[in-house]
Ligand binder design. Structure first.
Ligand code: FE
Ligand code: FE
Ligand code: ZN
Length: 275
């Protein structure tokens, strides 16, 4: 069975997200832990969390994905910016223990001129500082498009980050189809080759979530502009093949396409019709 969901607003709490996901035909969802620009997180409501967990248990909403604010930069050249990423991510991880054994995705960041190697060193250091042996949340590094000085647009860079972390069992990967296509991985004409590379360099076991997006721009364009399924340069045939790929069976897919809820409902139904 395919696991598919979409990005949802967290402004009305966990239970509301769970209900919305189920109404859309989803069995997973993603949400921002706080304002994507990185403001203060809303106070957790224990009743809301408990209510959600009952709903989730009844309806097999077994895996959900929290997304860190995308403006954080764990490998900035500016110490203050790195410190802010550290504070926000440490706080997010603590809060996510209210919903144990879930997933937390973040963008590795942009080295802002220091070079990829220094970026990797800084991201590794941050992860070593915030990961705790007792945490139940798995932290996912997202594959990036390689826009500007983004780190993580090559599988090798993500592998190097993981390689420097002590608690590697707390880490996984979130593969974004728009981003890797943008980064130059040809999932349209050589999906098998791309997955073989991923497996050799990172291991497909590390792959916990897939952001299922089409890309407005072409292979290797480094633009990071998501498109609705079939309205970009990846196209429906390639996305369908990816969702149905035997090596991606059992993986969790989340749409981050430019949609309202009705658009998400249609895309979720479309993906279901492929499986
Ligand atoms: Fe992301
Ligand atoms: Fe993404
Ligand atoms: Zn993106």
């Amino acid at each position: 069975m395919i696991h598919i969901g979409c990005h949802l607003s967290s402004s009305e709490g966990y239970y509301h997200m769970g209900q919305t996901a189920l109404e859309l035909g989803a069995d997973t969802f993603q949400f921002f832990t706080r304002n994507p620009r990185g403001g203060k997180a809303k106070e957790l409501d224990p009743a809301d969390v408990q209510h959600f967990q009952q709903l989730a248990a009844e309806h097999q909403l077994t895996q959900i994905l929290a997304h860190a604010p995308y403006t954080l930069n764990p490998c900035s050249a500016t110490a203050k910016t790195r410190e802010f990423a550290h504070l926000v991510m440490a706080d997010d991880l603590q809060r996510l223990e209210a919903t144990p054994r879930q997933f937390y995705n973040f963008h590795p960041g942009s080295h802002t001129g220091q070079g990829v190697a220094q970026g990797i060193t800084l991201i590794t250091a941050l992860l070593n500082a915030i990961l705790k042996p007792e945490q139940t949340t798995t932290v996912l590094l997202e594959t990036m498009a390689g826009k500007g000085s983004e780190v993580g647009s090559h599988f090798e860079e993500l592998a190097a980050i993981i390689g420097g972390v002590r608690l590697q069992e707390k880490l996984g990967i979130c593969l974004d189809t728009c981003h890797i296509f943008d980064a130059g991985y040809d999932i349209v004409s050589d999906l098998d080759g791309v997955l073989a590379d991923f497996d050799r360099i990172l291991g497909l076991d590390r792959l916990k979530f897939i952001h299922l997006n089409d890309s407005l721009y072409g292979l290797g364009s480094h633009k990071d502009r998501h498109a609705c399924l079939g309205q970009g340069k990846i196209g429906l045939a390639a996305l369908r093949q990816l969702v149905r790929h035997p090596r991606l069976r059992e993986k969790y897919f989340v749409l981050e396409t430019p949609n309202d809820l009705e658009g998400y409902r249609r895309e979720i139904a479309l993906v279901h019709s492929w499986c």
